[in-house]
Write a protein that binds this ligand. Structure first.
Ligand SMILES: [Fe+2]
Length: 422
C-alpha cells in the first residue's frame, strides 16, 4: 500500500476582481493570478493562503503577505488618515490570521461598509482625521452596521477621549504607539463579544418567534371560546323559537332589525354587540313557561298573565350569572317596559329604562305588527309605521321613534315580511 501511494498537489491562484480597480486590463489580472499561483506552489500543501499585492510586510517575501494557516479569523477595516499606521496595523493583524482592509478616508470607509453591512467584524478608527472626526464615524456606524465592533485608535489617549469614545459606541480603545499584544488582545475580545452578541440576537429572535406563535395559539383558543359561547346562546334561543314560533328564526331576525336601528343611532361597536345579544335573548325567560301558556291560541287569563309577566325577570336571572352578560341581562329585564311607566315587570319610565331596551321595544313591536299571529293578522308597513309613531312618548322614546322612521325602509327590506292579504 505504501509503495502505491499517489502524491497529488493542487495549486490554485485566484484574483478577486474587487481587489483591483476595474480599469486594470486583463493582462494585469493574469499577472496577478500568476503571482498568486506561484506563491501557492511555493508555500506548500494543506494551506489556505490569502494574498494581496497591496499587503507587503518587510521580510515576508515579495508577494505573500498575509498567510493564514487556518480559516479567516475575522475581517477588519482599519481607518487612519496616516497610511503608515494603517499598514502597521494591517501587518500585525494579517500575521495573526485576520483579513484586513486599510482605508485613509472616512467617507470611503463608510461607503465600503454601507455597500455590504456585516462584511466587517471589526472597524478600527483613528479619532483625529482631517475629513471628519472619528466620533462622527462611530455615530454613522451605529446606524450603518451596528454589529460591527468599533475600536478607537488614538495618539491622544486621554480619559476624556476614552469616555467620549465609549459614549459614541466604541467597544474599546487602543493607544498609539501600538503595542501588538494590546492590539491583538483587544481585537480578540471584540470578536468574542460580537460572537456572543450575534448568538444573543439569534436567541432573542427565536424567543420572539416563540412568543408570536404562542400568542397566535392563544388568540385562536379565545376565538374558539367566543364561538362556543355564541353557539350556546344561539342554541338556547333556537330552542325557544322552535317552541314558540313556527319558523324558528324570530329571534335572529329581530336581532338583525334591532342592529339596523342601533346603527342609525350611531351606537359604538361594543354597545351594538350588547344590543344585538339583548335582542337575540330578550324572551329567553319564556323557556320556563308551560306550553299551555306559551302556545295558547286565545287571550291569557289573569293567572296566566301573571306568569307570562315573569319572563323578563326569569331571563335576567338566567343571564346575569355570567359576568360577560351583565348589560345584556339589563336589556332582557327591561324589554317589556314602556316609556310612560305602564310596562312591566318594574314599571320603569323614561331613561330609567336602559337605552338597549328602549331601542329593542320599538323594533319588537313593529315586527309583531308585521307578522301573522294565531289571534290576529299582520298589518301593512304604513299601518305599522303609523302605529309606532302614535306610540312616541307613551309606549316609546320619541327620539328613538324618530330614528326608526328614518331607517324603516331598510328595515322593511331586511325583514321581508309577506304583504298581508287585504
Ligand atoms: Fe318578551
Amino acid at each position: 500500500e505504501s509503495t502505491l501511494r499517489l502524491h497529488l498537489t493542487t495549486s490554485v491562484g485566484v484574483v478577486h476582481s474587487g481587489e483591483i480597480p476595474a480599469a486594470k486590463p486583463a493582462s494585469e489580472m493574469l499577472r496577478l493570478a500568476d503571482q498568486a499561483l506561484y506563491a501557492a506552489k511555493h508555500d506548500g500543501r494543506n494551506c489556505v493562503r490569502v494574498w494581496s499585492d497591496r499587503l507587503t510586510v518587510a521580510g515576508a517575501g515579495p508577494t505573500v503577505a498575509a498567510v493564514a494557516t487556518q480559516a479567516q479569523r475575522g475581517r477588519i477595516l482599519v481607518l487612519d488618515d496616516d497610511p503608515a499606521i494603517g499598514k502597521t496595523v494591517e501587518a500585525l493583524l494579517a500575521q495573526a490570521g485576520y483579513e484586513v482592509l486599510p482605508e485613509t478616508s472616512p467617507s470611503a470607509a463608510l461607503a465600503r461598509i454601507r455597500e455590504r453591512p456585516g462584511r466587517f467584524d471589526i472597524v478600527i478608527t483613528d479619532l483625529s482625521m482631517p475629513e471628519v472626526s472619528g466620533f462622527h464615524v462611530l455615530d454613522e456606524l451605529r446606524t450603518v452596521d451596528d454589529l460591527a465592533m468599533r475600536i478607537v485608535l488614538t495618539g491622544f489617549a486621554t480619559k476624556e477621549n476614552a469616555v467620549a469614545s465609549l459614549r459614541h459606541g466604541a467597544f474599546d480603545f487602543v493607544e498609539k504607539p501600538i503595542s501588538p499584544d494590546q492590539l491583538l488582545a483587544v481585537v480578540e475580545k471584540a470578536l468574542e463579544h460580537r460572537r456572543l452578541r450575534i448568538e444573543n440576537e439569534r436567541y432573542r429572535h427565536h424567543l420572539e418567534e416563540m412568543v408570536r406563535q404562542k400568542s397566535a395559539e392563544l388568540l385562536n383558543a379565545l376565538e374558539r371560546g367566543r364561538e362556543a359561547h355564541n353557539f350556546t346562546l344561539r342554541a338556547l334561543v333556537a330552542l325557544l323559537d322552535a317552541r314558540e314560533h313556527a319558523t324558528g328564526e324570530h329571534s335572529t331576525r329581530v336581532m338583525e332589525l334591532t342592529l339596523i336601528l342601533g346603527r342609525t343611532l350611531q351606537l359604538p361597536p361594543r354597545e351594538l354587540e350588547i344590543l344585538g345579544q339583548g335582542a337575540l335573548l330578550h324572551d329567553i325567560g319564556k323557556i320556563a313557561l308551560p306550553d299551555a301558556i306559551l302556545l295558547k291560541p286565545g287571550p291569557l287569563d289573569e293567572a296566566e298573565w301573571r306568569l307570562m309577566r315573569t319572563h323578563p325577570e326569569v331571563g335576567y336571572k338566567i343571564l346575569r350569572s355570567n359576568p360577560d352578560l351583565q348589560e345584556v341581562a339589563e336589556i332582557v329585564y327591561a324589554h317589556q317596559e314602556r316609556f310612560d311607566g305602564s310596562g312591566y315587570p318594574r314599571g320603569l319610565r323614561g331613561t330609567d329604562i336602559c337605552l338597549g331596551a328602549r331601542i329593542f321595544a320599538v323594533v319588537d313591536t313593529y315586527d309583531a305588527m308585521r307578522t301573522d299571529r294565531v289571534y290576529r293578522r299582520a298589518v301593512n308597513a304604513d299601518t305599522a309605521l303609523a302605529e309606532v309613531r302614535r306610540g312616541a312618548g307613551s309606549h316609546f322614546d320619541p327620539a328613538i321613534v324618530e330614528a326608526f322612521v328614518r331607517c324603516q325602509p331598510e328595515m322593511e327590506k331586511v325583514g321581508a315580511w309577506p304583504t298581508p292579504a287585504a
